[in-house]
Design a protein around this ligand. Structure first.
Ligand code: ZN
Length: 224
């Protein structure tokens, strides 16, 4: 068995295949294992109570790029993994902390631009392309956006809904938006799953208000 483990690093899958071979069921067992792993993000997104969670950006205009594999965002024919959800909003719109937690990283020198990572238990949430930059003082690091009146320190505790920065154009981006990334236990989770779960858990009267406002907009549009 140890010899086989060297040849096949995914030993657990091999064991399942061997067992499956004995019972004459081969591939379907392994496939169903993979499917159960894929179902995990949906489970973690929907099993939490999101009553205290905040939508992550003000002046939201629409979703411009979904989570998952896509063609290169900046041209070319390469496929790339998009590890978050893009939410368009005008430059300078405030970004709000989704869930209470601790700032574990501020940085400003890669494709993500000026960004911040916040940890809330097993969850890690990342906000990219913000205005401002990182400075250091007294051995600490902080994100500073003086025009927006925002200063966020690494190690700082933040409540849900706190303004943590503003939408900018730093890093690899073709237009102003918030790139919002989520991980649970170091695995990527599609933020759209969490937003849907948050919406589903809103009190019914808030949902009705949102719907009636949408109906109002629709009726205005249809008049012209
Ligand atoms: Zn993005």
């Amino acid at each position: 068995m140890s010899q086989l483990s060297k040849l096949y690093p995914n030993a657990r899958c091999l064991q399942i295949l061997l067992l499956a071979f004995i019972s004459t069921i081969t591939i379907p067992v392994c496939v169903s294992q993979q499917q159960s792993v894929k179902a995990l993000p949906t489970q973690v997104a929907s099993r939490n109570t999101w009553r205290g969670a905040s939508f992550p950006v003000e002046n939201f205009r629409g979703y411009t790029s979904a989570f998952g594999y896509r063609r290169s965002a900046t041209g070319g024919s390469n496929w790339e993994f998009h590890g978050g959800l893009d939410l368009a909003a005008p430059q300078g719109s405030y970004i709000r902390n989704w869930w209470a937690g601790k700032v574990v990283k501020v940085a400003d020198r890669n494709a993500c631009g000026t960004y911040i990572v916040i940890q809330s238990g097993q969850w890690e949430h990342k906000y990219c392309h913000m205005k401002g930059h990182v400075e250091t003082a007294g051995g600490g690091r902080y994100l500073i956006d003086r025009e927006g009146g925002v200063q966020i320190w690494e190690g700082q505790q933040l409540g849900a809904g706190t303004r943590i920065g503003r939408v900018g154009m730093t890093g690899r981006t073709t237009g102003p938006h918030l790139h919002w990334g989520l991980k649970y236990g170091s695995n990527y989770v599609d933020p759209a799953l969490v937003l849907r779960a948050m919406y589903a858990q809103q009190p019914t009267n808030i949902q009705q208000t949102a719907v009636s406002q949408q109906q109002l907009v629709n009726s205005k549009v249809s008049e012209f």
